[in-house]
Ligand binder design. Structure first.
Ligand code: BDP
Length: 325
C-alpha cells in the first residue's frame, strides 16, 4: 500500500524545519533477537525516521524479551508506557475478536493468500479496529506457517498428539485447536517457553522454523513435524495514547516508514525461513514430513465452525477471506 506524503511536508523535511517539532525516541519491543526479520525491520524503520528528520525521531528496540512476553508488551502499549511493539496476531484476538479469523487452523490457503488478505481491505479494516483497543495498527509482517515440535515423538496423525502437553500462545483459540487434535493445549507466555520445555511443564510447542531455530527450543524438543496448521501473520502497533499527542506530520512519517518496513520484512523473511530450515537440519533436528494433512484439517473443522457460530460479523470475515483469490 502506498502512503502519500504531501509536497509541503517533503519540503519541510528537506529544509529541516521539521526539526523544530519535539524530538522523540520511540521505544519498541520484540521477543526476537536482533538479526531476526522483525527486529531488523523495525531497525530499518527507525533509520528511515532518523534520516527524514535529522535524528529528531528515532526508535530504540528492546529485543530478546527484555520487556517480557507479547501480552505484557501489548498492555504496556495500550497504557502508553511503551510506544510500539511487534507481536504475533496470535495474541491480538482477545483485543479485536474478528482478528481470530487469522488464528484459525488451516484457514488461509497458503502464505500468498495471507499476503493478499493482509495487504487488502480486510487486513486494513482489522488494523483500523485496533484503535478501539488503544492501538494504532501500522502494518503486517510475515511469519510463515507453524508446525508442531516436541521431545517425545514425530506427529503423523492427530492421535500422535494424545497425552502430549503442547504450549500455545496466550489465546484460548489455540487451546481449542490442540485439544481438537487430541493433545493438551497449554497457554504459556513466549518468554517462559524455554523453561517450560526444560522443566517438563510442556512436552512441545508449535512454531515456524526461524523461531524454533533462533530460540534453541530444538535443544530440548527435536521432533519437528510439518503439519503447517497455522499461518499467523504478525503486526506492529503504536500506542494510541502517545499517537494522539503527536503532530499529523510525525504520524504521517511513521505511516510512510511503516509501509516501507512491511516490504523490507517480506524479503528478509523469505531468506530467513529458508536459511533456518536448513540450519535446523544441520543441528540434527528430526524433520518429519507429514504425508497426509487431511486428518488434521478434518479434526480442526470444529474450531473453524465455532468461530463462525459467534455471529454474522465473524461469518463475514470468513467469507470475505475465502473470496480473496
Ligand atoms: C513467533 C512469533 C512471535 C511469538 C511466538 C510465540 O514471531 O511473535 O511470540 O511465535 O509462539 O513465531 O509466542
Amino acid at each position: 500500500m502506498k502512503t502519500f506524503i504531501a509536497p509541503a511536508i517533503i519540503a519541510a523535511m528537506v529544509l529541516g524545519t521539521v526539526s523544530s517539532v519535539s524530538a522523540m525516541e520511540i521505544k519498541s519491543s520484540d521477543v526476537h533477537p536482533m538479526g531476526y526479520p522483525t527486529t531488523e525491520g523495525i531497525k530499518y524503520m527507525g533509520e528511515k525516521l532518523s534520516d527524514w528528520t535529522n535524528g529528531r525521531l528515532s526508535i530504540k528496540i528492546f529485543h530478546s524479551m527484555q520487556l517480557g512476553g507479547e501480552k505484557e508488551a501489548l498492555e504496556q502499549v495500550q497504557i502508553g508506557a511503551l510506544e510500539m511493539t511487534r507481536v504475533s496476531v496470535g495474541v491480538v484476538g482477545p483485543i479485536v475478536k474478528e482478528f481470530d479469523a487469522f488464528n484459525l487452523p488451516y484457514f488461509f490457503r497458503d502464505v500468498e493468500h495471507m499476503h493478499k488478505v493482509t495487504a487488502g481491505e480486510i487486513g486494513q479494516d482489522l488494523l483500523n479496529r485496533l484503535e478501539g483497543g488503544g492501538l494504532i495498527g501500522l502494518g503486517y509482517m510475515d511469519a510463515g506457517s507453524r508446525s508442531f515440535y516436541n521431545k517425545v515423538r514425530p506427529i503423523n496423525k492427530p492421535a500422535d498428539l494424545n497425552g502430549l502437553k503442547i504450549r500455545v500462545m496466550q489465546n484460548p483459540v489455540f487451546v481449542e485447536l490442540v485439544n481438537a487434535l487430541g493433545g493438551n493445549g497449554i497457554q504459556v507466555s513466549f518468554s517462559e517457553l524455554y523453561t517450560a520445555l526444560q522443566t517438563g511443564v510442556v512436552d512441545g510447542a508449535e512454531n515456524n522454523p526461524p523461531t524454533l531455530y533462533n530460540h534453541k527450543h530444538y535443544e530440548i524438543a527435536n521432533h519437528y513435524s510439518l503439519t503447517h496448521h497455522l499461518i499467523v501473520p504478525e503486526i506492529f502497533v503504536f500506542s494510541k495514547k502517545v499517537w494522539d499527542t503527536m503532530s499529523p506530520l510525525d504520524q504521517q512519517l511513521i505511516r510512510k516508514a511503516s509501509a516501507l518496513t512491511v516490504e523490507v520484512v517480506r524479503d528478509l523473511w523469505a531468506k530467513k525461513e529458508a536459511g533456518d530450515f536448513a540450519n535446523l537440519k544441520k543441528v540434527g533436528v528430526k524433520i518429519n514430513e507429514v504425508a497426509d494433512k487431511g486428518p488434521f484439517i478434518r479434526a480442526t473443522q470444529v474450531v473453524r465452525d465455532n468461530f463462525a457460530k459467534k455471529g454474522d460479523n465473524f461469518k463475514k470475515v470468513i467469507s470475505a477471506v475465502a473470496a480473496v483469490k
